[in-house]
Write a protein that binds this ligand. Sequence first.
Ligand code: HEM
Length: 148
Amino acid sequence: MIYYLLKGLHLLAMGAWLGASITSPLEILRTLSRGRPYVDLIPEQVARADKVLIPAALLTLLTGLGLMQTTQGFITAPWRFWAGFGLTLGLLLLAKLGLEPTKKRLVLAVQGPGEAAALGALRGRFIGLVTAWHVGFVIILVLMVYPF
Ligand code: HEM
């Protein structure tokens, strides 16, 4: 019973995390392309997305740990779940140390009298980080599903 509850929550949280991780960057890029004054909306859009992203990420991590313990136990759990755990922490770090500051710098660059080249570079960095994040997510998904 506990197992099915944890697994259901794990899949729901994972789906919500992935969904918001796709829609939020697309919304930010769309708003950025509209320029001023629309870019002033970005902090609000980021805050709204964070209300889903942060709890969903934490719930995915916690239910994952719960599943590991209820299925095989931490010590004997297959390596792929530990690898998934490490990569999930990596995604959280990428979001905190890479994506978050880049979004802030993007908003400042659009609001100020910045050069188009600098803005283009920041936008490219944002797209690169989002892509790296999704590559990491797909790797975790494969590790979770395929019984290596
Ligand atoms: C981006 C993060 C994650 C995604 C996308 C994800 C996805 C999934 C999926 C789709 C399954 C079902 C696999 C199946 O039934 O074939 C699963 C199961 C599982 N996940 Fe995750 N997971 C994530 C993070 C984690 C973390 C961080 C842990 C552990 C700390 C974890 C531990 C587990 C365990 C132990 C199972 C297997 C449950 C069973 O034996 O039925 N997951 N995960």
